[in-house]
Design a protein around this ligand. Structure first.
Ligand code: ATP
Ligand code: MG
Length: 330
């Protein structure tokens, strides 16, 4: 027999196998079967390309003796590519967590130092015997500590996410509000399109943090289109009924809201894609980007029980898709 799973994994039809002697079988099968016959059990994990595109498959084969049938060979094929994807993501998550801990430790100690600098600069500024020049120097020290404090806040957002009280939110509304907040400066050449599915379920979460997620994605999209272009936002409902339909490990099946933010900008090359969620990874010039936007996006979305997907290729724009679990409907 040759079941549907074999057909799906190998692309070989039942009638190409049944009733044929082993050396008439397509691809690597004759060799695999010979090896099984020689060893009585055989196991390998390898890239097997039979008729479908090459995939990492685990192959387990063994000989059995069946009553009324004689000697038979049983072959199991197991698709490893999904598992590999999950393992890759898991390793990536661990890396992010350790980077987060490291950044959190630095932020904490650095914050103490900043507080001292700022406190002393404030004392200095209030000294009436200061010359104008000295006062202006102390002003700029204070300004720099403010910038530093803002940066540390962003660092702490992803390294030590604070708990929040979730409220039911209308995401379509949040998208509109956030868009009108950001799309003022430098947006002349950007065309904005939004497409919201009607009757969307709400999401339980923190409006400020989710708005921060959107700001980061919108601003990144704008930055990716220096010559202008189209920024489109699509909000839809998506059902993942079983764990196997979920593209992400560690999240629950159910209804999700998908927010896809696409631009027609410069795109992200493959090797850069692996790094963009890391803290401090930026391709922007010093002073323009700190590389803390996407780590925050990742951390906030994860805190809401969702995940982020990215699709992009060099020169062809990017789509960041955020999935958030829908609140149960009453
Ligand atoms: N839509 C996009 N198109 C092309 N590249 C992108 C896009 N979004 C992010 N990137 C790349 O990912 C990098 C990291 O993005 P991230 O938002 O974390 O930091 P940043 O934008 O550089 O700085 P910050 O957000 O802290 O001001 C960017 O420097 C850019 O190279
Ligand atoms: Mg950014």
């Amino acid at each position: 027999m040759w079941n549907r799973g074999m057909l799906n994994l190998t692309g070989i039809q039942e009638d190409e196998v049944l009733g044929h002697v082993y050396d008439e079988l397509p691809g690597d099968w004759p060799d695999l079967l010979l090896e099984t016959a020689a060893q009585s059990t055989f196991e390998s994990i390898s890239e097997i390309a039979i008729k479908s595109k090459p995939r990492e498959l685990q192959l387990i084969a063994y000989r059995v003796r069946l009553k009324d049938f004689g000697s038979a060979c049983v072959v199991h094929l197991h698709d490893m590519s999904r598992r590999k994807q999950h393992t890759d993501r898991y390793i990536h998550q661990q890396r992010m967590e350790s980077l987060g801990r490291l950044a959190g430790g630095i932020a904490h100690d650095f914050n103490n130092i900043l507080t001292i600098i700022r406190g002393n600069a404030l004392v200095l500024r209030n000294d009436e015997s200061l010359s104008d020049k000295q006062r202006s120097v102390s002003e700029s020290v204070i300004k720099a500590t403010q910038k530093g404090a803002a940066m540390i806040n962003r660092l702490l957002t992803f390294s030590k996410p604070q708990p929040f009280t979730p409220y039911p939110l209308d995401i379509a509304n949040l998208v509109d509000e956030t868009m009108s907040l950001v799309s003022h400066a430098d947006w002349e050449r950007i065309q904005v399109e939004t497409e919201m599915e009607p009757d969307l379920p709400s999401v339980k979460g923190d409006a400020n943090r989710l708005s921060q997620v959107l700001v980061n994605l919108f601003v990144n999209a704008r930055d990716a289109m220096p010559e202008g272009g189209t920024l489109s936002v699509v909000v839809q409902r998506r059902n993942f009924l079983t764990p196997s339909e979920l593209p992400q490990a560690g999240v629950d099946p159910g209804t999700y809201l998908l927010i896809a933010v696409s631009d027609t900008g410069v795109g992200i090359p493959r090797d850069v894609q692996d790094r963009i969620f890391e803290p401090f990874f930026t391709t922007k010039s010093t002073g323009k980007g700190t590389g803390l936007g996407l780590p925050n996006v990742h951390s906030i979305v994860k805190q809401h029980g969702g995940w982020v997907d990215l699709e992009s290729s060099d020169g062809e724009g990017s789509t960041f898709t955020v999935y958030l679990p829908a609140a149960p409907e009453d």
